[in-house]
Design a protein around this ligand. Structure first.
Ligand code: UT7
Length: 319
């Protein structure tokens, strides 16, 4: 039994905000710097009051529609997010309430930008075990809420959005192999080191990053985990039709693809349009390439995530 993608959907809030617009809003930056260093041209920023569960709901409705599945048929709902609506209940339970589903198992996964790939990995195990038949797996983020708009080294990089897939138990292949890892000793290179305690914010409530350390780490582990995933499936990287890496920086994406020997014509890139949307970035890119007809049924797709923790992982699937 395989976990097979039955439908995909995504959602980006509002209109794209350009690099020049960020500069006009007071960020000490230029379009030239951002495009050269990151490949990012625009991002979407949620309005005040729009939450991760709101965007997860929009993306999920589209994924359910494309799968031809009704919300009440779901028996598993997993939301990957580092920007949940509340401390609790989970964003997955809030999404479940909005969808009108009662009874599915629902919980969040917190693995930052690897979150969606981690969540797919978990859902795959439930479906393969036979305990669950229809899963909704979502990545949803409002990173704009945890950005320090006075820190130009981070605030230009991130955006908001959501992406979702419906997985179904199927005898037709689906997810072929997964791999996921973490190294907690690297927790300090990308973090939001704050919390709410006694009614006060303690520590630092904004995203902090050692960009160069993250860059080096990301290229190494994205190569390693893609190889590991191919090995687990008994396939070569040349068998991969589409590589969909975490959309953080075009230079990380290009370096990873080059090391793997996968031409950029077989890599899905959307970072230019929505920046780094953390757990939402992989399903946003997957949905874009399915909707525009690049990805076809039967093709092999490698999804990859890397993020704070540090965490990383990959999922190799037959669409
Ligand atoms: O999910 C994972 C998320 N994280 C990432 O993907 C980040 C990975 N890292 C990176 O993408 C890159 O390290 C960055 C894009 C963040 C930075 O690029 P860099 O080539 O490592 O630049 P840098 O940090 O070495 O900074 C170079 C210069 C500095 O000026 P000085 O000190 O050389 O005068 C910065 O102050 O660029 C300056 N700078 C900026 N200038 C204009 C930093 N941010 C900006 C900015 N606009 N937004």
């Amino acid at each position: 039994m395989f976990a097979r993608i039955a439908g995909v959907g995504s959602y980006l809030p509002g209109l794209p905000v350009s690099n020049d617009e960020l500069a006009r809003r007071g960020v000490d930056t230029t379009d030239e710097w951002i495009v050269t260093r990151t490949g990012i041209r625009t991002r979407h920023l949620a309005e005040a009051g729009t939450t991760s569960s709101d965007m997860a709901f929009e993306a999920s409705c589209r994924a359910l529609e494309s799968a031809g599945v009704k919300a009440d048929e779901l028996d598993l709902i997993i939301v990957a997010t580092s920007t949940p609506d509340y401390i609790f209940p989970s964003t997955a339970c809030l999404l479940q309430g909005k969808l009108g589903n009662v009874g599915a198992m629902a919980f969040d996964v917190q693995a930052v930008c690897s979150g969606f790939v981690y969540a797919l990995n978990v859902a795959d195990k439930y479906i393969r075990s036979g305990s669950h038949k229809k899963a909704l797996v979502v990545g949803a983020e409002v990173f704009s809420r945890i950005l320090d708009w006075k820190d130009r080294t981070t605030c230009v990089l991130f955006g908001d959005g959501a992406g979702a897939v419906v997985l179904e138990a199927s005898e037709t292949p689906g997810i072929l192999a997964t791999a996921a890892h973490a190294d907690g000793s690297q927790n300090g290179i990308l973090s939001v080191p704050g919390q709410v305690c006694g009614g006060q914010v303690t520590g630092d409530p904004f995203l902090r990053m050692d960009g160069q350390a993250v860059f080096k780490f990301a290229v190494r582990v994205l190569f390693d985990v893609a190889k590991e995933c191919c090995d687990n499936a008994g396939l070569a990287t040349s068998d991969v039709d589409w590589l969909i890496p975490h959309q953080a920086n075009i230079r990380i994406i290009e370096s990873t693809a080059k090391k793997l020997g996968i031409p950029m014509s077989n890599v899905v890139v959307t970072v230019d349009q929505h920046g780094n949307t953390s757990a939402a970035s992989v399903p946003l890119a997957l949905d874009a390439a399915i909707r525009d007809g690049r990805i076809q049924r039967g093709q092999k797709i490698m999804l990859e995530g890397v993020g704070g923790g540090f965490t990383w992982g990959a999922v190799l699937l037959q669409f």
